[in-house]
Design a protein around this ligand. Sequence first.
Ligand SMILES: Nc1ncnc2c1ncn2[C@@H]1O[C@H](COP(=O)(O)OP(=O)(O)O)[C@@H](O)[C@H]1O
Ligand SMILES: [Mg+2]
Length: 358
Amino acid sequence: MAATSPTPLAIEAQGLRKAFGKTLALDGVDLRVPRGMVYGLLGPNGAGKSTVVRVLATLIRPDEGTATVDGLDVVRSAAAVRTHIGLAGQYAAVDEYLTGRENLVMFGRLSGLRKADAKSRAATLLEQFDLVDAADRPSKGYSGGMRRRLDLAASLASRPPVLFLDEPTTGLDPRSRLTMWGVIQGLVNDGTTVLLTTQYLEEADRLAQRLAVIDRGRVIAEGTPAELKARVGGEGLEVAVVDPVDLEAVRAIVARHATDEVFVDVERRRVRAAVGDGALALSAVAAAIAQAGITTEDVGLHRPTLDEVFLAITGRPVDEGTGDPEEHGDGGATGAGPDAGEGAVPDRPRPGGPRPRS
Ligand SMILES: Nc1ncnc2c1ncn2[C@@H]1O[C@H](COP(=O)(O)OP(=O)(O)O)[C@@H](O)[C@H]1O
Ligand SMILES: [Mg+2]
């Protein structure tokens, strides 16, 4: 066995495979995460993001493959790995009967800090996470965004060099999401390596220096956000209509300028497509819509979405969910929190079986 040489990588995974019953959650995941950056793991619901995090955080063992965090093997040196990592996400681990401050002191104590140190660490974190005003109220009364921030602060009590953030903003309102983004950006300034999972390209784009796109348990693309967006080609044009009846007419207008498939989002009454020259397409589409007498809520250029990146890379749209809100990760009932045992998540059959290479 070769001696492990110190690696510049914070996280390295090779060929991770993990099955839950008949569901192959990870189908050979490779990852190389350099130190000191936010690294995004971007993929649709059910892609395998949380399973990757749970393997790396030593909560479950891979069936095959190896991984190291901070140079430590996640299976052979699991206990040591745990002292190097923090984990936070959608499912808060804080005790809601304690105040924010008490929670943070408790987590500091649990991570081995002396009482005075735990107290001063708690005060620093409350400041850093904009929780000073609420510090001495029971966390039960906190808003969703505040709880998420408290949970994140708790995971940082021991100053872990590597932090896993599993969909830290899913289910948050836009304002809380912005606050959270600021907080995450601040972490990297402290030298922390962050592995951030998300379903939103916009979020990965905003926070991550590099990212891997994961689909059906495999990494299908890796690079900087700019590299991945370049694969979509061109800017996106988006039209929101007032009356859904107009969607079809708008789709036809947009299609004349689209360089690829036109997406119609009936629920949000939007039509989107990649276009070549954004400004030109924008004025032409706006004119045609006005001429057709269609009332719009918004016509504008937008950045590519995960769906578009996905389509460009895989040649197929993101797997359709069941439409059940729980599918979007915020359903407490199915909460596959960090401490949820294996089998806690209902097996979800994946449409399509093995990757079609169309
Ligand atoms: N404990 C479990 N038991 C059974 N199936 C699971 C379990 N955890 C995850 N899965 C399945 O593995 C696949 C990947 O899940 P997950 O890693 O949670 O995806 P993501 O976090 O990207 O939404 C999904 O099909 C999911 O249903
Ligand atoms: Mg998940």
